[in-house]
Design a protein around this ligand. Structure first.
Ligand code: PMP
Length: 323
């Protein structure tokens, strides 16, 4: 199917319209479907926005915001708002952040997938455009889009197969890319061509449009939030009520509803056994990211409450067997 056909244009437009509807995206924001994943957008954000003043603020709260800051350093000055840390277990209070009043934008990651840290609030940007990486909690709750300059999310968590990345950008932030910005990462070109500047990942856009409709039919983002609260509470209580058998190192006020990292306290060999036994019980992908170790359960929108119960029941049985 040609991406220049009216058939495809309809798929492209419908996906945009449904997303605008479910997330209540105001008219002065463009919705773009881009390629290059979240990592491509790390570069695109700087290439499109940093030239205004030549510098940007990065709030590093975990692995993904650290990577984004490193990418931006290639294109301008990066001010690290928080002192560097060896591990990420909390979000320092906003009153301690060293923000630069001259920054072109303030960047943060709304949910650190590897570390399991989620912002429970939108940072106060004091008139500077706020850029948020929502790759791993996009569409898991309502958000006030008008508080942001740019929101982006790679698809492969809550919206569809990898290969497409949603960017939502306020109109006044277009038209300022660096001259060296590659066309494929240029928000202004993508907006002008309605995301059809070059061949788009058509199948990904098609599936994504269906997922947006599914969210709409299943209570919208409010419904997703109710489920996310229920599922994550089930898992965190299983951990917290285990008499120390399981533990989650993340500060309670910033624990992620999407990605729950946990340990079998002080017993690494049992974590290996946990992975083997859970696999036999039909569950995979419970290993923590190699950079932090331990275990991690991801509770994206597609994971149901009953799926979560299978995991929490398994955890209770495992604890009874090996405590
Ligand atoms: N940001 C976050 C929060 C992520 O979780 C990921 C991927 N896991 C990325 C960015 C990078 O996305 P991609 O792999 O699509 O480049």
């Amino acid at each position: 199917m040609s991406h220049r056909s009216s058939h495809y244009e309809q798929i492209n437009n419908q996906a945009q319209e449904t997303l605008r509807h479910i997330l209540d995206v105001p008219d002065n924001y463009k919705i773009l479907f881009m390629q290059g994943g979240g990592t491509g957008i790390f570069a695109a954000v700087a290439l499109n926005l940093i030239s205004k003043t030549g510098s940007a603020d990065y709030v590093v709260t975990g692995s993904w915001s650290a990577k984004a800051a490193n990418e931006a350093k290639k294109y301008g000055k990066v001010n690290l708002v928080l002192p560097p840390r060896d591990n990420y277990l909390n979000i320092p209070d906003q009153s301690t952040w060293s923000l630069d009043p001259n920054a072109s934008y303030i960047y943060y990651c709304a949910n650190e997938t590897i570390n399991g840290i989620e912002f429970p609030y939108i940072p106060e940007a004091k008139g500077i455009p706020l850029v948020a990486d929502m790759s791993s909690n996009f569409l898991s709750k309502p958000i006030n889009v008008s508080k942001f300059g740019v929101i982006f999310a790679s698809a492969q968590k809550n919206i569809g197969p990898a290969g497409i990345t949603v960017v939502i950008i306020r109109d006044d932030l277009l038209d300022q890319p660096m001259p060296s910005c590659p066309s494929i990462l240029d928000f202004t070109i993508m907006a002008k061509f309605n995301s059809l500047y070059n061949t788009p990942p058509c199948f990904c856009a098609y599936v994504m449009g269906k997922v947006f409709k599914w969210i709409d039919k299943n209570g919208g983002v409010k419904g997703m939030e109710v489920n996310a609260v229920t599922k994550s509470s089930m898992l965190y209580s299983t951990i917290d009520d285990s008499n120390g058998f399981y533990s989650c190192p993340i500060s309670k006020d910033v624990r992620s509803r999407m990605n729950v990292p946990f340990r079998i306290t002080g017993q690494e060999e049992l974590e290996q056994l946990f992975l083997e036994e859970s696999k036999k019980a039909g569950m995979i992908q419970l290993k923590g990211h190699r950079s932090v170790g331990g275990l991690r359960a991801s509770l994206y929108n597609a994971v149901s409450i009953s799926d979560t119960k299978v995991l929490t029941d398994f955890m209770a049985e495992f604890r009874a067997k090996y405590h």
